[in-house]
Design a protein around this ligand. Structure first.
Ligand SMILES: *[C@@H]1O[C@H](CO)[C@@H](O)[C@H](O)[C@H]1NC(C)=O
Ligand SMILES: *[C@@H]1O[C@H](CO)[C@@H](O)[C@H](O)[C@H]1NC(C)=O
Ligand SMILES: *[C@@H]1O[C@H](CO)[C@@H](O)[C@H](O)[C@H]1NC(C)=O
Ligand SMILES: *[C@@H]1O[C@H](CO)[C@@H](O)[C@H](O)[C@H]1NC(C)=O
Ligand SMILES: *[C@@H]1O[C@H](CO)[C@@H](O)[C@H](O)[C@H]1NC(C)=O
Ligand SMILES: *[C@@H]1O[C@H](CO)[C@@H](O)[C@H](O)[C@H]1NC(C)=O
Length: 325
């Protein structure tokens, strides 16, 4: 399962021999915003003070109205182009972001590109061919880079299809920007990583990225250890937060867990909110606060220890991704 590259060996050498407290706030932390219509009051939890969260994304090009009273410099909105538009020539992502910058004066400095383009729609992937994705990138991302906006490489799944997809994408993209006389490459400002699985797998996966894309900083925009006991999940949380905070190559990260435990598709213990909408220990640590001692299953109704049936399919998909890697 682990691939021992030189870069991975270097990362392992830097692995912690002890885990210092992780209650400290970190400016690298952000919110992967996945609201639920039935619990919109939870949205405010992430911006209540004190919070260590400095940025967010919502898988969309436009910011959330619920955060309109929080300034961009305090809580940076990062637009995302989730997947392919209806037509390959469509540049509405570009015009939306340009309009945010030019008409609305929003200081957009970073943009995220495609969400799991190597994954099928049923598991939340945007299911794109590298060649089509390249054309869409050329149409939408390069003009933003020319405006000085930093753009992240697409965020592939943590499965084995990710790196080959990215390599194909870069080859296709570079063909589009090259001419007969001049070879050019598509450029990107940081790589974007998703991971579901244990800490050793995470470190190995990051090692593969640093070998494939030397000298690029990383944003880990979705990660968690899915469907494990509370203690195992908390240990993973602690180790990964300490690791990300310490590594200079990690620029930003966002835990996939800003939802209630009873609607979690990564297992109840990975959620940052309990079933009744309070921060769990992991949720509180992530915001840089003292632990709450509230268990994920805590509910105003009777305690429900079993996983809701609705999340089984998503869970199987996530486990499959972890096993493939
Ligand atoms: C995680 O870190 C917190 C804060 O340092 C600590 O209180 C807790 O015991 C740790 N939990 C595990 C399982 O390592
Ligand atoms: C939103 O919450 C409701 C009520 O708990 C739940 O039935 C539904 O599955 C949730 N939706 C998502 C997308 O998680
Ligand atoms: C926009 O954000 C960048 C990055 O945080 C910062 O360096 C720059 O000063 C900001 N510009 C304005 C006009 O606020
Ligand atoms: C383009 O990228 C390839 C592969 O990484 C590299 O070998 C080549 O030197 C680059 N060309 C330019 C013009 O930067
Ligand atoms: C790595 O990136 C830094 C900062 O962008 C740059 O100064 C340095 O020259 C780069 N090193 C290599 C080997 O490309
Ligand atoms: C959720 O339940 C826990 C445990 O009973 C309780 O401490 C907490 O205040 C409750 N949260 C809300 C928002 O009701």
């Amino acid at each position: 399962m682990l691939l021992y590259t030189t870069a991975f060996a270097a990362l392992l050498a830097a692995a912690p021999s002890f885990i210092p407290p992780v209650t400290a706030a970190s400016s690298k932390r952000g919110l992967a915003f996945t609201p639920n219509e039935t619990t919109r009051a939870d949205d405010k939890i992430w911006v209540e003070k004190p919070t260590s969260l400095t940025w967010y994304y919502n898988y969309e090009p436009r910011p959330e109205p619920v955060y309109s009273d929080v300034s961009q410099s305090e809580f940076e909105f990062v637009p995302m182009m989730w997947g392919a538009p209806d037509s390959i020539d469509d540049t509405s992502f570009l015009s939306t972001v340009e309009s945010l910058i030019k008409d609305q004066g929003v200081n957009i400095t970073n943009v995220l590109s495609f969400n799991e383009p190597d994954g099928p729609f049923v598991y939340g992937g945007s299911n794109m061919e590298p060649s089509a994705a390249a054309q869409i990138w050329v149409n939408n991302m390069i003009p933003l880079q020319e405006l000085g906006v930093r753009v992240g490489l697409p965020a592939c799944t943590g499965g084995s299809s990710g790196l080959p997809w990215l390599q194909n994408f870069l080859v296709e993209c570079s063909k589009l920007v090259s001419t007969e006389n001049e070879q050019r490459n598509c450029t990107y400002d940081f790589v974007t990583i998703h991971w579901y699985g244990n800490f050793e797998g995470l470190a190995s996966h990051m090692g593969q990225y640093s070998a494939a894309f030397p000298n690029k900083t990383m944003w880990i925009t979705e990660y968690n250890l899915n469907e494990q006991s509370l203690e195992t999940t908390q240990t993973f949380y602690n180790m990964s937060a300490e690791y990300f905070d310490r590594l200079e190559s990690v620029e930003r990260y966002s835990l996939f867990g800003a939802f209630r435990s009873d609607v979690s598709n990564v297992g109840p213990n990975a959620a940052m909110l309990s079933a009744n909408g309070s921060l769990t220990d992991i949720g509180a640590w992530y915001l840089g606060r003292e632990p709450t001692g509230i268990l994920p299953g805590s509910s105003s109704a009777a305690f429900r220890p079993v996983l809701p049936r609705g999340s089984i399919a998503a869970l199987v998909a996530l486990v499959a991704v972890a096993v493939l890697t």
